[in-house]
Design a protein around this ligand. Structure first.
Ligand code: C2E
Ligand code: MG
Ligand code: MG
Ligand code: MG
Length: 288
């Protein structure tokens, strides 16, 4: 009897797995179609100077809405593309699009682009990235590639070589989601980064929770010593922004300043900012 129940459970379990795989394959097929049909879009979230709100650059974030599945989160389809082995072609499409958009921005604004873990240990990645930038005509010095700590763990030696190669052609490297994952401070010593992005989980607690505040304070002090720029992620309230300014953080992004928007809306933000600057300087000029 118990044997039968055991068998029954095994059957149920494998049916669940089969169902999950079937669903995964369904999403995979839809995603492959979307890439070919050029339906995966790139949106842009502003990264601002916390003191005056001026736009420093934008982070490119992948967006995909399927006719049947609806809007699918990149937190779901990026890992799927990695797992099923077509993250390279997806990234190529996304980087091309992002750079095409960003080359029309004022030249002081940077483009931040997420690299997935599998790509950080691909020895051809620097070559591929530079080829894309050349074909689009985008200055590599305006590109920041965001990488995560987990990405560096799989093969630190190759990852380090890749990072050095990318930096040698002028591309900046940001350490994304800092403070989460299998963090190791040694990574900050061994790798040459340009920026560190403090994970949203610390920022969301910063005004409520003393430990989070202390951790952010320590990250800022450490990065100052290491001459790394710091970006605070996921700022949602004026109180969080005020706290970060008080702690000495100067750059951030989050819903308080704006969600990721399509290329046209990003350009509208840039124009609105330019117009307000012109208006202000005219006011100053008139005041003498
Ligand atoms: P990430 O790189 O850490 O990106 C930040 C995520 O936080 C984005 O979610 C963004 O929309 C969200 N966010 C920004 N500000 C706020 C805020 O104030 N509050 C809250 N609650 N959320 C905020 P998204 O777009 O869903 O992306 C999730 C993750 O998917 C990204 O995390 C990144 O790891 C990955 N991803 C997105 N686009 C790409 C891409 O083009 N390539 C690769 N490889 N990964 C991507
Ligand atoms: Mg990111
Ligand atoms: Mg992040
Ligand atoms: Mg994050």
């Amino acid at each position: 009897r118990s044997k039968r129940r055991g068998r029954g459970q095994i059957t149920v379990y494998s049916e669940e797995i089969a169902e999950e795989m079937r669903r995964g394959t369904e999403v995979e097929q839809a995603l492959r179609r979307a890439i070919i049909a050029d339906e995966v879009a790139v949106h842009f979230q502003p990264i601002v100077n916390l003191l005056d709100g001026s736009i420093q650059g934008f982070e490119a974030l992948a967006r995909w809405t399927d006719r049947e599945l609806g809007s699918v989160s990149p937190g779901l389809f990026i890992p799927l593309a990695e797992e099923r082995g077509f993250i390279d072609s997806l990234t190529e499409t996304l980087l091309k699009k992002a750079a095409e958009t960003a080359k029309h921005w004022p030249s002081h604004m940077f483009l931040s682009f997420n690299l997935s873990s599998a790509q950080l240990i691909d020895p051809a990645i620097a070559f591929n990235v530079i080829n894309i930038l050349n074909s689009v005509g985008f200055d590599p010095r305006r590109l920041e590639l965001e990488i995560t700590e987990t990405a560096m763990m799989t093969d630190p030696e190759t990852a380090q070589k890749v990072v050095e190669e990318l930096r040698s052609i002028g591309i900046g490297i940001s350490l994304d989601d800092f403070g989460t994952g299998q963090s190791s401070l040694g990574r900050l010593r061994d790798f040459a980064f340009d920026k560190v992005k403090i994970d949203r989980s610390f920022i969301s607690e910063i005004t409520r929770d003393k430990p989070s505040e202390h951790i952010v304070r320590a990250i800022l002090a450490m990065c100052e010593g290491l001459e790394l720029k710091v970006i605070a992620e996921g700022i949602e309230t004026p109180a969080q922004a005020a706290k970060l300014i008080e702690l000495g953080c100067r750059i951030g992004q989050g819903y308080l300043f704006g969600k990721a928007v399509d290329p046209e809306a990003a350009m509208a933000l840039i124009h609105a900012e330019e117009e307000s600057r012109i208006r202000n300087s005219t006011v100053y000029a008139l005041r003498g």
